[in-house]
Write a new protein. Structure first.
Length: 114
């Protein structure tokens, strides 16, 4: 079980996280686990293929961590990985867009000369 505040792994039977002091929340069933955390895997793959590969790969790594952290019960870690995947998707999209615009601006004057 993991702390939902700081992500620290908790030993069974503790009521408070020794790392941050937050109350330990024990899910009674797997159904009560929040499964609506987005992985951003599709978006990560698309920005990797279409925009900026280095930053897109970082987004894919974070997106892949979401499901495994949820399966381990680390809801805080899954949410953090989801947030990081979304952040890196936007970074990859922005860098890819900027590089394409820059390339177009450098290409247009060369076309005007011919």
């Amino acid at each position: 079980m993991f702390c939902t505040t700081c992500g620290n792994q908790l030993t069974p039977g503790v009521d408070f996280c020794p790392n941050c002091g937050a109350a330990a929340i024990r899910p009674t069933t797997a159904v009560q686990m929040p499964m609506d955390i987005s992985t951003y895997l599709i978006q990560s793959i698309l920005v990797t293929l279409c925009c900026c590969m280095p930053f897109g790969i970082v987004a894919i790594v974070y997106a892949a961590q979401v499901s495994s952290k949820l399966a381990a019960g680390d809801v805080g870690g899954a949410q953090a990985a989801s947030d990081n995947a979304r952040r890196w998707c936007w970074i990859a999209f922005g860098v890819g867009l900027a590089l394409n615009v820059l390339g177009l601006l450098l290409y247009i004057p060369q076309m005007a000369r011919h």
